[in-house]
Design a protein around this ligand. Sequence first.
Ligand code: NAD
Length: 386
Amino acid sequence: MTRHGDIGTAVIGSGFIGTVHVEALRRIGVRVAGLLESSPELGAQRAAALGLPKAYASLAELLVDDAVQVVHVTSPNELHYPQVREILAAGRHVVCEKPLSMTSAESAQLVDLAAASGVVNAVNFNIRFYPLSQHVASLVRDGGLGDVRLVTGRYFQDWLLYDTDWNWRLERDQGGALRAVGDIGSHWLDLTTFVTGLRVESVVADLATFIPVRRKPAGPVLTFSTERAAETVPVEIHTEDVATILLRYEGGARGSLAVSQLSPGRKNSLAYQVDGSASAVAWDSEQPDQLWIGHRDRPNELLLRNPALMNAAGVAAARLPGGHVEGFADTFGAVFSAVYDDVVAGRPSPSRRYASFADGHEEMLVGDAVLESSHTGRWVEVIRPA
Ligand SMILES: NC(=O)c1ccc[n+]([C@@H]2O[C@H](COP(=O)([O-])OP(=O)(O)OC[C@H]3O[C@@H](n4cnc5c(N)ncnc54)[C@H](O)[C@@H]3O)[C@@H](O)[C@H]2O)c1
């Protein structure tokens, strides 16, 4: 019987999130055969630091390695599409970081190519795999909240607050036309669609760029770095720092979302509340082991993540007993476990709970509507070509 330990994997990119991928893969027993970086020198350095056997010189070299059945793409956004295309052409399973691509035209192609090849395809919307997110998704499907009416929340960070804060995400040609919405708002939109089972039907969006010129360091910068560069060059910024979005969901539910990368003190707070006709739930990623459950006619509840108290989906994503807080890095182990169960089976399961390329494409389509509405100031429907 094949198990996770029989599968070999390679990781593209070993920055902030590539490192988290490598660690989580090890935790679920997958063999990481090597990594690919932007240069063979950096690759060798990073492979040594992470204790990996090999740094590939190119994607072509990686893809002729028979030890590799799955490739994780954790490079900057602009590289996702060309790299995933090549990986699919070589018949390998793919886990791609969000956003799936720079445009919905590209993501549509990737959905088709993945479907034609039959490989397992995932977009790493990892927040679905906090155990309490899984619990809520099943709770809603089982009618625990009644009819979903209102979905509200935010995704706030503060790491781009100053004009000296810099990252490749700020440049449209590397990050995409939407920045705060594409980078973090997409997580909230995917998560709330996952937990409610409702797709966004239309949006009205207001985007704002409060820092129109930033001081770009003359040298390279690490993601979430707080060091100040001595030498900088002024660069005009054409992507949003902040977004406020009204949402209409299929079936009539309403929602609102605020996204910001310059909210002082909010390091990484994705929060949502779902109000149903019977009960409500609220969750914040900065206190990920707590779920607030609201009632009208009896006292509210606070469910602390606990395998003894969650439903089966929550239990499946949990690794530790109650009271031993699980966090961001743990979600990677949980989502990869689900993905690698499919890799072991050799194909995507119809009942998968991780985000597929189709789900990644869905968020690109919602992003298109957000962008268009920000230009027209009107409600815009999410167009899903048949
Ligand atoms: N799921 C999540 O929660 C999450 C969190 C952070 C980032 N991300 C996504 O992960 C991706 C990477 O983000 P990050 O924050 O780790 O960025 P990062 O800048 O820290 O890391 C990117 C890495 O890719 C490498 N790279 C650049 N060009 C390359 C090339 N041609 N071939 C191979 N490697 C190359 C860089 O050297 C770097 O090591 C982005 O798409 C981002 O949206 C997802």
